[in-house]
Design a protein. Structure first.
Length: 218
């Protein structure tokens, strides 16, 4: 059956169907209001946690999904992975307050097509939704630099992370050695390795870089 001219016009102007997932109701409502005012977009669902996001995605199959990283029940990374297991081509945009190297790298590796911080300008967000829907990948330049630093850096071992975490809590080499049942010499060896991998020269700098990258949390 042939489509009428009016039917074709409606199809050509089909709106981008957007799903929003954030555990803060004010954020969801704000995003829904902004997106809902766009003539080429429509919000088809709102989720308060990662599990709801996955369920609503499977139910409605939105064109683009906006989701936070920190959500209850299932976090953003878990939601991205669950959705992409069903549909690898799903278009997912992370919109969050967290911009650590670790968060960015984890989101991109999980399959996010864009990563934006919540303090981004309204037009940036709308442009990002349209760009991702058109097949583009969007990561702001500042976040690209952070991602590059994360990818180019060497991975710390579990033991090195343990030493670094204790160091960040103000523990001395002797105390770290006692807590981990290793010698002080071994602690110093781990710290040298940590400094080399993080490309730092002091304990204070190592702690600052580790926190920025999301390797440790105080």
């Amino acid at each position: 059956m042939e489509l009428s001219t009016s039917d074709t016009s409606v199809q050509s102007k089909a709106r981008i169907r957007v799903l929003i997932a954030d555990d803060h109701v004010t954020v969801r409502e704000g995003l829904a209001a902004i997106i809902g005012r766009q003539p080429d977009m429509v919000v088809i669902g709102e989720a308060a946690n990662g599990r709801e996001c996955v369920d609503l995605w499977l139910q409605y199959r939105p064109d683009v999904t906006l989701l936070d990283l920190r959500m209850p029940v299932l976090d953003g990374i878990g939601a991205i992975e669950a959705i992409r297991r069903d549909t690898p081509s799903a278009l997912l945009i992370v919109l969050t307050t967290f911009g650590t190297d670790h968060d960015i790298c984890a989101a991109i590796k999980a399959g996010a097509k864009a990563y934006m911080l919540k303090d981004a300008q309204r037009q940036e967000l709308l442009d990002c939704i349209r760009a991702v829907h058109a097949g583009e990948t969007r990561i702001p330049p500042l976040l690209v630099a952070k991602l590059a630093a994360e990818v180019s850096g060497e991975t710390l071992t579990n033991r090195e992370l343990e030493v670094l975490a204790l160091l960040a809590r103000g523990r001395s080499n002797k105390n770290i050695a006692l807590r981990l049942s290793i010698s002080e010499t071994t602690v110093k060896s781990h710290l040298r390795s940590v400094f080399n991998k993080l490309r730092v020269l002091s304990r204070t700098e190592a702690i600052a870089v580790a926190i920025r990258r999301g390797l440790i949390r105080l």
